[in-house]
Design a protein around this ligand. Structure first.
Ligand SMILES: Nc1ncnc2c1ncn2[C@@H]1O[C@H](COP(=O)(O)OP(=O)(O)OP(=O)(O)O)[C@@H](O)[C@H]1O
Ligand SMILES: [Mg+2]
Length: 338
């Protein structure tokens, strides 16, 4: 009877016997601890007081530990012995109310991310300025050298030029953070995407991945070429990195019904697990040892701020398709700066 009452409580409740061993956990407690009852039954518990919630010594929140059971987060609980007037079979038993820290933890993580982003935004303009100018100088010198050099050396110079342009593109990508995807002027977007593909093909060929262009001829479009370059660069980089040697990345860009711009990056890479798929557009989420986890978060936010959609489809072991769609007649809905 009392078990039924405890089961329906919206808080996590544990009951300990006189040995401090677990003899009952309600459903909510199992959710908070993220364990099955079979992992908890008969485990001896211990706790140390950390903060007093009331004047009563018996009602303070403690750091709670269960012997041989690891929990994802520190568990906080209030432990109260059953009162003397309780039924005799519960004499010496205690009841524990668990505090659900998952929401607090999620808020703390979000707060940390925002602080990191603020630091990034403060430093970016200076770093970009310091890097872009010398790169532009190197690019023009190498271009001049190519014009004046003989054929044997010009191949090497071309390779250097492509690397320098790839570096500029990376910086463009970072610099386009929060910028507006729409533009008042019209630009040759098809030409720009083709250019990104050409540059990325060098990176891809190092790992024997091919990047295939299926970019349709389009009229000049009211989109920002540098922001779109950054999006294409991020999506194609991810796709190349996901592929093993022999893999293939197809980049499609088209204008549908003259009003909907669409960019699709399709790869035959390793794909994403359902967990990665769920989190891949979160800021600072990365599964790569040296990844920043900024790429997809910024691409999706930029597209959505411009009133478009950012759609990720992926199957583990099969590949990934990312589709950016933007109605050209629509308006910005977010706060991206122009
Ligand atoms: N085409 C893809 N195939 C498989 N997984 C992908 C693909 N694109 C993104 N992901 C997954 O999404 C995560 C987040 O991608 P995102 O571009 O935001 O960051 P990153 O690539 O890890 O880091 P960075 O872009 O800074 O190098 C990746 O770590 C990866 O797990
Ligand atoms: Mg990336």
């Amino acid at each position: 009877m009392w078990k039924q009452a405890l089961r329906s409580l919206p808080v996590g409740v544990l009951i300990l016997d006189e040995r401090k061993a677990l003899c009952y956990a309600n459903v909510h407690a199992l959710e908070v601890l993220q364990k099955d009852w079979s992992e908890l039954r008969d485990r001896v518990c211990s706790w140390s007081d950390v903060e007093s919630l009331s004047d009563s010594e018996e009602e303070s929140t403690s750091v709670f530990q269960i012997q041989d059971v690891k929990t994802e987060q520190t568990v906080h609980a209030t432990v109260v012995p059953f009162a003397d007037e309780c039924r005799s079979e519960l004499q010496g038993y205690s009841v524990c109310w668990l505090r659900d820290d998952h929401e607090v933890e999620a808020l703390r993580r979000e707060h940390e991310k925002l602080l990191q982003l603020a630091t990034l935004n403060d430093m970016l303009p200076t770093i970009l300025h310091e890097l872009r100018n010398p790169l532009a100088a190197i690019e023009s010198v190498v271009q001049l050298l190519i014009e004046e050099s003989n054929e044997s050396i010009s191949m090497d110079l071309h390779a250097i030029l492509m690397e320098v342009r790839r570096m500029s593109l990376t910086l463009h990508g970072i610099g386009s953070v929060g910028k507006n995807l729409r533009s008042k002027k019209h630009h040759a977007i098809d030409y720009h995407i083709e250019d990104v593909i050409r540059i990325m093909n060098r990176t891809a060929s190092k790992t024997r991945v091919s990047v295939v262009s299926k970019v349709a001829l389009m009229p000049l479009l009211p989109l920002s070429p540098s922001v779109l370059d950054a999006i294409a660069f991020n999506l194609i980089s991810n796709a190349i990195q996901a592929c093993s040697p022999g893999g293939r990345v197809v980049v499609q860009a088209d204008l549908i019904d003259k009003t909907l711009f669409q960019l699709k990056v399709i790869d035959t890479g390793k794909g994403m697990s359902p967990h990665v798929l769920k989190h891949c557009t979160e800021l600072f989420y990365s599964t790569k040892p040296r990844g920043t986890g900024v790429g997809l978060a910024l691409c999706s936010r930029t597209v959505e701020a411009a009133g478009g959609t950012f759609w990720v489809e992926s199957e583990e072991g099969v590949g990934t398709t990312i589709t950016v769609s933007l109605p050209l007649t629509g308006e910005n809905r977010g706060s991206a700066a122009s």
